[in-house]
Design a binder for this molecule. Sequence first.
Ligand code: NAP
Length: 293
Amino acid sequence: MNLIDGKKISLQLQDEIAKEVKQLISEGKKQPHLAAVLVGSDGGSETYVAAKIKACERVGFKSTFVRHPEHVTEEKLLLTVHELNADPDVDGFIVQLPLPRHINEHKILEAVLPSKDVDGFHPINVGRMVLNLPCYVSATPYGIVHLLRKYEIETSGKHCVVVGRSHIVGSPMSILMAKNTALGNCTVTLCHSKTENLKSYTKTADILICALGSPDFITADMVKEGAVVIDVGTTRVASLDSKTGFKLKGDVKFDEVSQKCSFITPVPGGVGPMTIASLLKNTLLAAKKEIYK
Ligand code: NAP
C-alpha cells in the first residue's frame, strides 16, 4: 500500500504558488488578495477559515476576514458579497459553508461574481467545468485530481466509483473523472444514499472516492484488492486523546482498507490540505486574470 501524502503535495503546491507571487511582485504587479466571509461561530468553519487565512500568509497573499454573527440577515450578507464583488483589490473570495438555515445559500453563492468565485460554486463556473471551458474548479475535486496526477495514477479506462453526490464534492468529482481528458476517461458510477446494494458497486471500483461524511463507513469487504481509495470524509468525533476534545475521522476504515488497496489518502493529511492549496491556486489564477480575462 502507498500512502498518498496530501500534506506534502499541498506544501509543494503552496511553494510553487509562493514563487509565482514573488515573481508577480517583482514585476510591480499587485499582491493576490483572498477574502473569506464567515457567518456564526461553528467550530469546524472557524478552523477551516483560520487555516485558509494562515495559508494565504504562507504564500504571500493578502487576506481579509469578514465575520458576521449567526443572526445576520440575508440582505446584510448580500451587501457584503456586493462590496467584495466591487472591491478592485479583492481578486477572489469565499463564503464559508454551511450558512445558517434562515439564509438562502444559493442566493448568496449566485451573487458572487463568477470571476471572483474561487470556490468554483457559482452555476457559471459549474457549467463551464461541465463544458470543458476555462473555470474555477471547486477546490476539493481540484485537489483530488492534483493528487492523482502527482502519484501518476492511471485513470483512463478505469472504473471510478464516487460515493456521495453533493454539489461541492461528489457530483463535480464524478464529472471530472468521466471527462475526455488525461486525468479523466474513467467509467464512472455515482452512488448515494438511495443506491441499493452499495457494496456491489464499490467492490468493482479501481478508483473509489468516498465523500459521505459517515466515519468508518467503507470497510475492507467493500473494496477491491489493489484499488485506489480517496477518502474525502472529515467528521469530528469526540476524543479524549486530543487537546481539542475531538479528532477528524474519514469515511474509510483506514486500518483494514489500507491492507488491501494500492493507494490510500489518510484523514487527516490527505484530501483536506489539498483543498486549501487548490483554493490558493484558484486565487492566483484570479489575480492573474487567467480564467476571466
Ligand atoms: P453532503 O452534502 O452531506 O453529501 C453527502 C453525500 O453522501 C450525499 O450525496 C448522500 O446521499 C451520500 N450518502 C450519505 N449516506 C450515504 C450512504 N449510507 N450510502 C451512500 N451514500 C450516502 O456532504 P459533502 O459536503 O459532500 O461532504 C462529505 C464529507 O466530505 C463530509 O465528511 C465533509 O466534511 C467532507 N469534506 C471534506 C473536505 C475536505 O477538504 N477534506 C471538503 C468538503 C467536504 P443523498 O444525496 O442521497 O443524501
